[in-house]
Design a protein. Sequence first.
Length: 400
Amino acid sequence: MLLIHTADLHLGAGLARMPESLREVRLRDFLSNLETIADFAVRNRADFVVIAGDVFERTHPASDVFDSFAAVLSRLLSAGVRVIIVAGNHDVPKLRTRPPYLRALERIASAHRPDSLIFATEPSVVTLSTRDGRKVAFILMPYSYPEDKASFVASVRSTFRALRERAEESDPDFIVCVAHLLVEGAKTHGAVYKLDIPVPLSCISDSSVSYVALGHVHTYQELSRRAVYSGSIERVSFAEEEDEKFFVVVREEGGDLAHEAVRLKTRPLVTLPSERWGVPQLDLTVHSALDVTDLLLKLLRSAVIPRGAIVRLRYRLRRSQFVRGEKLARFFEARGVLYWFEEPEVVADAPRSHREETTRVLPTIYDLLEEYVRNLLLDEETRRLVIEKALELMRQVQGE
């Protein structure tokens, strides 16, 4: 028996600031890893590909995203690989009157070969045969929105027990539980899962279950010898920039099921400053200059940035200081960066000392310009651009 476990494909996901022109590149990153998984399954004559939720980023995916997934699915089914999907929180519309897109694919596939594609939106059990006649009972537990902790944990536990009893009725060789939820002890990033209620692993597993294929948490991890989060197939956000990505191969060994993780190639996400990338700090407030672009670029020259990376640039500057975006753009383009964006931390200017105030007779034209623009009702980005262009014109007039 050979089973491939993956989850959290999030096809169609992109960084919020990324322009539409790069959307297709980012989609290809995710699809490339999905195709790698499909290649492995077809080449090794896998019996099942299990997707533990969140196929798409949105409940109503764009047509090209939907079409691309359908093409991969068609290849798997044509090779005799059965596909089992439990619905994640991204897969089912909030309005239950609207059927999820995956339901249409399930109906088309099943019309040609019964049970070739299973898409579970409700807790259920399905027993399927492997190529060599082994019986595998799948306990399918899609995502459900929790209300209060006590009732949710009790509901998950009772649902699992009822489904396990049904699974045992078919006298299977193996029982596999597929669930999209948060399990206690799982490593998560930040507040992404703040609306979830974690359940004990014992709620969805016992000694009769040979393997638990988990989805929802994007970081690969083994919660026990039998329970595994495969993680997402690409870095979905900067919260995952340190994560490596995998899919899981589950095989029969000595009458039991054993698993191993197979690494996937992912696009680098790089946050600067970072010791890892050779830039320990980017604090520009210690400099007196107003235009700190060249100072920032000098600090960035030591950066070791992988080609094709997406870069998040964070630096600290005073309100009166500014950075020229076009110079940064040329720098990152020369380094082969796919896309970059900045998240500056702007701090207030330090108040002038009494001595500075008494010895300074008249403000310079640059000071007057900054004061004037600061008092205009402009957003921060527009204010920066106005100062930048005005300074450029003044330097041209003065022949600098």
